[in-house]
Design a protein around this ligand. Sequence first.
Ligand code: GDP
Length: 330
Amino acid sequence: MVTFLSGGTGTPKLLDGALSVFSPAETTVVGNTGDDVELGGLLVCPDIDTVLFQQGGVLNRETWWGIADDTAETHDELQRLAESAGLADGPRYLPDERQTAGRKIARWRRFSGVAEFMHLGDRDRAVHVTRTGLLDEGYTLTETTRILADAFDSPVDIVPMSDDPVASIVRTPEREMHFQEFWVAHGGDPDIVDVEFRGGDDAEPSSAALSALTDDPVVIGPSNPVTSIGPMLALDGVRTALESATVVAVSPFVEDRVFSGPAGKLMAAVGYDPSTAGVAEAYPFADAFVLDDDDDTDLDRPVVRTDTKMNDTDDSERVAHAVSQALEVA
Ligand code: GDP
């Protein structure tokens, strides 16, 4: 049995090849939900959706979000309606008092559907309608995720980190904004002075995530330590479980060079060196690391080196083999 912690790019890439190294039936993927938003009344779980679509064989691999060859007629019409009404200046947050009203799971990240600042394809949208409908019928996020995973014939168990709301909020010099506003609407441009995982103090890990972390060795694929793994670490129960578990982490850096995305900027904002050394500092519970061949960082824990760039399944398999070796020396 093995448990992967996943954001929306690095661990899904690793999973492409990992399932020929680890048995899918014995694999659990715990998805970050700090990135989730409620958009036009629909709960969108970007990281979990990437894993769902990847496991279902329908992921758009150019973007690492959305379904390949999906249409976007509803999204396009939403844009047209907003533009003709002069309302396309989003993201459009719901008013403050509405941020804590309604579905509890969507707290602190509720946007109106006007102009829809995230691109939702038509088939993609059907997933969010189904998820939100199930939540409104009283299912937990864990149950809705498993129902969707079955609908996509996922060979692995996919579970959310929590059934409670946790919202990743970044603070810029001017104001705070949800991570998705920072990343999707502003392309990661604004300066960041701090990051908050709102709700993290009160949220519990989902019982499925907690038992997967307690019973099995844990793999943290190459991930943004702040906004993909940080929300999980904001849950006391996850931190405690990771301290006892055997944990291997793959660096998302080669020394101080990041493969993609805003990990460096976010790490610097919360006081970590934006590098493999900073990742090791952010993961004091990790027992071993997988680093790139070109990464000479000297760590105080065992290291397995390989070429960690993953462009295809062969690359992912190579990294997964290194993970398996790291689990042996951890
Ligand atoms: P997000 O949810 O889309 O922000 O992405 P994740 O947290 O899942 O992953 C982002 C991290 O994956 C970035 O910091 C990248 O540096 C890293 N990454 C992306 N592609 C690769 C790759 O091929 N190899 C390695 N080692 N890291 C990668």
